[in-house]
Write a protein that binds this ligand. Sequence first.
Ligand code: SF4
Length: 113
Amino acid sequence: MPQQPLAQVPLDATWEWQEHGACREADTALFFHPQNERGLSRIRRDRAAKSVCARCGVRGECADYAIRAREPYGVWGGLTEEERERIYVRSALTQYGREKGAGLRAAHDAHLS
Ligand code: SF4
């Protein structure tokens, strides 16, 4: 998975959960759209990625990290970048901190997790 600029990574971020991600056995290309991918191709790829996330034991940790880190690309924790974008908009980002769990609270409040 691509790394974010350091300023985006929450100070209390941990990485052990990544060792247990179901995506470790999947094709990384499922989780990140190629440039200019649109329409049905994108929907199908996102759905395939989300189906991997649906059976992942660290989905909560992954979604929490991605939301708190403002991950701009890819499917993380079963959420597409558009879904995370909606979380940021709908939850008035500033009312959520960057501590562990804040990302999941934002996702729950936006009814997306
Ligand atoms: S939730 Fe999805 S992207 Fe996150 S670690 Fe699990 S399979 Fe990978």
